[in-house]
Design a protein around this ligand. Structure first.
Ligand code: SF4
Length: 210
């Protein structure tokens, strides 16, 4: 068994049925939640979106929402001026160009307000179960510690390497597993190395293993 097979096997043991921790009730709800998650935590996004989607329960309602009210609702997430505009524009674009549906290809997704490569990849993997991997801070950290990529690699290089190493059938699932592993086991500070089964292949400083 090579390293990546060993890692995937362990991730399957820890997270046999991984789920995205952003709460959403429909496709556009996930897209907006991912856009709002820039530079903040899923927990904070879930708190805000539960109020946002309750007050504005459709794309039309979001499109017509007063910008100042959106700003106030999104304030706890930071970058709220930008995020408020993204929400309004996204709602308009989805209604006008896609009949209210979330498109399932990267080019269309990336043409939407506030949607970059990472957001597009999350949506393609989570909503459409397509073979894409989004590289966030957790995926990058874990991949570097495990020596799957080099320490200097940027997010695009990491994405390309992981997409090559991991089987297409496992890629969308591996994305969620690596995020959860980084969030709850291989944290930035004080990773839980002692009981980690990846210790023997991990390149992280050995002093953390004892
Ligand atoms: S041994 Fe520690 S640093 Fe390495 S993957 Fe496991 S938790 Fe992360």
């Amino acid at each position: 068994m090579n390293s990546i097979e060993y890692i995937i096997k362990y991730l399957n043991e820890l997270f046999p049925d991984p789920k995205c921790e952003l709460v959403y009730n429909n496709d556009y709800g996930l897209l907006i939640a991912v856009v709002l998650s820039a530079q903040t935590t899923d927990k904070k996004v879930n708190k805000v979106t539960s109020v946002l989607f309750n007050k504005y329960p459709s794309l039309t309602a979001l499109k017509e929402a007063p910008i100042n009210d959106l700003r106030a609702l999104l304030k706890p997430l930071g970058m709220y001026n930008k995020k408020a505009l993204f929400v309004k524009h996204l709602a308009s674009e989805l209604i006008d160009k896609y009949d209210g549906a979330v498109p399932d290809d990267r080019a269309s997704l990336e043409s939407l307000s506030g949607v970059g490569r990472k957001t597009a990849n999350v949506v393609l993997a989570v909503l459409f179960n397509k073979p894409y991997i989004a590289v966030d801070t957790h995926v990058a950290r874990v991949s570097k510690r495990l020596g799957l990529v080099s320490k200097q690699d940027n997010t695009l290089q990491i994405e390309k390497t992981l997409s090559r190493l991991i089987d297409d059938n496992s890629l969308a699932k591996a994305h969620l597993q690596l995020v959860l592993f980084g969030r709850y086991y291989c944290m930035a500070k004080k990773p839980r190395c002692i009981n980690c089964k990846l210790k023997k292949i991990c390149k992280y400083e050995k002093k953390h293993f004892i």
